[in-house]
Design a protein around this ligand. Structure first.
Ligand SMILES: [Zn+2]
Length: 217
């Protein structure tokens, strides 16, 4: 029997059974910080993952609540690492829910590639290597707990959305709605960060940096 071609994006959108195979075709184009791209229709794997960590005490209830999405429309994720593994070289999976293929957000392949390669990959990269502030301080497993989730989460998203915006502009694809989605997300996380009150020196430095400029990658 002749080898069949991998499914196209349109086929994956239309037929659930093609989705994992389609996502598998993206993996070789990701950096090695990504271990897999998993079709997790109802985010059961993510739920299982977070519950396990809650039970084992790696996440407390507050962290669990902000980590596990209450919004069932959530489309794409990198599951968070327990803090002591952050920046220690670990590879992370990207999970894609059924809404990644069925809602009115990721409606073109260009949008999917933008979300995977220019956003989620950045989260995986951070989880693997940690990241540095412009003054040379590295954020990793040794100090990540000095940043509260209310400060760390918007910083993490700003890092990813800034790369995504930069690369989307470079591609010069005519899709003002997608550009607007990225810009609005940047504004939302900037305002989330503005509303925080730093309690440690590290929080103060990281917050200042990401409110002013921040490292693009
Ligand atoms: Zn993100």
């Amino acid at each position: 029997m002749a080898a069949t071609n991998p499914p196209t994006f349109e086929q994956a959108r239309g037929h659930e059974e093609f989705r994992q195979t389609y996502l598998d075709t993206l993996l070789p184009h990701c950096s090695d910080s990504v271990s897999a791209i998993i079709y997790d229709p109802l985010l059961q794997q993510l739920r299982h993952h977070c519950r396990e960590w809650l039970t084992e005490g790696y996440l407390d209830q507050f962290e669990f609540d902000i980590t596990f999405p209450k919004n069932d429309q959530s489309i794409m994720f990198v599951p968070p690492l327990i803090p002591r593994k952050f920046g220690t070289g670990i590879r992370s999976p990207i999970l894609v829910s059924k809404f990644g293929f069925e809602n009115d957000c990721l409606t073109t392949e260009e949008r999917v590639l933008s979300a995977v390669f220019d956003h989620e990959v950045i989260h995986c990269y951070d989880e693997q290597r940690g990241f540095s502030l412009s003054n040379g301080i590295t954020i990793g497993s040794h100090n990540i707990l000095e940043l509260s989730p209310s400060i760390y989460t918007p910083i993490q998203e700003l890092r990813a959305y800034r790369v995504q915006l930069h690369r989307w502009k470079e591609k010069k694809i005519e899709d003002p709605q997608w550009m607007d989605h990225i810009v609005q997300s940047l504004l939302r996380y900037t305002s989330d960060l503005e509303l925080t009150h730093p309690k440690t020196k590290l929080e103060e430095m990281a917050r200042e940096e990401y409110l002013s400029n921040g490292q693009l990658e």
